[in-house]
Write a protein that binds this ligand. Structure first.
Ligand SMILES: C[S@@+](CC[C@H](N)C(=O)[O-])C[C@H]1O[C@@H](n2cnc3c(N)ncnc32)[C@H](O)[C@@H]1O
Length: 248
C-alpha cells in the first residue's frame, strides 16, 4: 500500500512558514492524488470547472497562438487552449504523475501539439518573449514564490502577450464570503477525503485559500510585475476569480 504524504503534526498551517517545505509538499500531494484528481474536481465544482477553463482559454487564445499552461496537472486547461485555437501549448508541471495522466489523455485525443514539460513555474525552460499567452488554473495559490513565477510569466511573454489566472481567491468581505467559507472549510475536505482517500491534500486546500490573495490584491501584484489589467471576474459565489492581463 502507498504511504500518502502527511502534513506536519502542526497541520497545514506550519507549511506556510517554510516555502521549500510547502513546494515539496505540494509536489508530493499532487503526485499522490493524480488518479482521482479529475473526479474530485468535477464533483467539488458541481461540474463547472471545465466551463471555467474554457472561459479562461477563450480570454487567452487567438487562433495560431503559442501558449504556456503553467501547473497543467492533468492537462484540462491545455486541452481547452487547443480547442480555443492555440497552435502549440507548452504544458508545464513539476509533479510527474500529473503529467503522465495528461499525456495519456492527449494520446486518447490524438493531440500531438502539446509539449508536456517537467519543470517549475519559477524557472520556465523557454526563451524570453517566446509565447503569445501564459495561463494557469488553480496553481498560483500553491507557489510560495509568487513574485518570481509572475516575473517568469512576464519574461516569456512577447510584448502585448496575454496572461490569464484562474484561481480560488481569499474572500475577506462580500455576501459570497459565508458561502465560500462553508464550501472550502467543510464541503471540500469532506468530499476530497471520501473521493480521493487523501484527507491531508484536501485539508491543505482551504488553508491555502486563507493564505492567498483577494482579487484586488492579486490585481495589485500583477500591476507591480508590469502587467496592464484587462478584466477581473468573480465566479461561482466568489469561490473562483479570473484575472486577465496583458504585458504592457
Ligand atoms: C490544483 S492543480 C491544477 C491543475 C490544472 N491546472 C487544472 O486546471 O486542473 C495544481 C497543479 O500545479 C502544479 N504546481 C504547483 N506548483 C507548481 C510549480 N511551482 N511549478 C510547476 N507546477 C506546479 C501541481 O503539481 C499541480 O499539478
Amino acid at each position: 500500500m502507498r504511504t500518502l504524504s502527511r502534513v506536519t503534526t502542526d497541520g497545514p498551517e506550519a507549511l506556510f512558514d517554510d516555502p521549500a517545505a510547502r513546494a515539496g509538499y505540494v509536489r508530493r500531494i499532487f503526485g499522490e492524488i493524480s488518479g482521482r484528481y479529475d473526479l474530485v474536481n468535477r464533483v467539488m465544482t458541481l461540474g463547472r470547472d471545465q466551463a471555467w477553463r474554457r472561459l479562461a482559454a477563450e480570454e487567452l487564445v487567438r487562433p495560431g497562438d503559442r501558449v504556456v499552461d503553467v501547473g497543467t496537472g492533468t492537462g484540462d486547461l491545455a486541452f481547452a487552449c487547443r480547442e480555443a485555437g492555440a497552435r502549440t501549448v507548452f504544458a508545464v508541471d513539476f509533479a510527474r504523475p500529473m503529467l503522465e495522466r495528461a499525456c495519456a489523455k492527449a494520446r486518447q485525443l490524438s493531440d500531438d501539439h502539446i509539449a508536456w514539460v517537467h519543470a517549475d513555474a519559477t524557472r520556465l525552460p523557454l526563451p524570453d518573449a517566446s509565447v503569445d499567452g501564459w495561463c494557469s488554473a488553480f496553481v498560483v495559490r500553491n507557489i510560495p514564490d509568487l513574485d518570481t513565477a509572475l516575473a517568469e510569466a512576464f519574461r516569456v511573454l512577447r510584448p502585448r502577450g496575454r496572461l490569464v489566472v484562474l484561481e480560488v481567491p481569499r474572500m475577506d468581505q462580500g455576501w459570497q464570503r459565508p458561502f465560500a467559507r462553508t464550501h472550502f472549510n467543510r464541503v471540500v475536505p469532506f468530499l476530497g477525503r471520501r473521493l480521493s482517500g487523501h484527507a491531508d491534500a484536501y485539508r491543505y486546500l482551504p488553508v491555502s485559500v486563507d493564505h492567498f490573495l483577494t482579487p484586488p490584491e492579486l490585481t495589485q501584484r500583477l500591476i507591480s510585475t508590469g502587467f496592464g489589467m484587462r478584466s477581473v471576474r468573480v465566479l461561482m459565489f466568489g469561490t473562483v476569480a479570473l484575472h486577465v492581463a496583458e504585458k504592457a
